[in-house]
Design a protein around this ligand. Structure first.
Ligand code: HEC
Length: 92
């Protein structure tokens, strides 16, 4: 519960900052490192039979995993994570 509150507070702080770029892959990396490594490491993004095969599918999958975790990310956070995963692994 504490983590959820901290995440919500952080999300509010981040949302209050003026955003300079459309997406922020650095923020994406921070979010992935913090929330997305408990079930799978980054090998799921690079495995041979990976499921995500388009930018659209990547967006959907990030959203699905994020909702499963109950993180309540803003659309910007989802975009940042998508852009980080795409830059680092998928390269659509
Ligand atoms: C509760 C466990 C869990 C957590 C935490 C989790 N995921 Fe996942 N994720 C899964 C499972 C299960 C799959 C599907 C693996 C499979 O198909 O074998 C998956 C697959 C994925 C894939 C697709 C990989 C491929 O095949 O191309 C992406 C992208 C992904 N997760 C992103 C994320 C992100 C971003 C987060 C953090 C918000 C996250 N995951 C956190 C369980 C989790």
């Amino acid at each position: 519960m504490k983590t959820v509150l901290q995440t919500a507070t952080l999300a509010c702080l981040l949302a209050a900052l003026p955003s300079v770029q459309a997406t922020d892959a650095g923020n994406g990396k921070t979010l992935v490192d913090k929330h997305c490594t408990s079930c799978h490491d980054d090998s799921v993004y690079t495995r041979e039979n990976r499921r995500v095969k388009s930018m659209e599918a990547l967006q959907k999958q990030v959203k699905r995993c994020e909702l499963n975790l109950g993180l309540k990310w803003f659309d910007d956070d989802v975009s940042d994570v998508v852009s980080y995963l795409n830059d680092s692994y998928y390269r659509f």
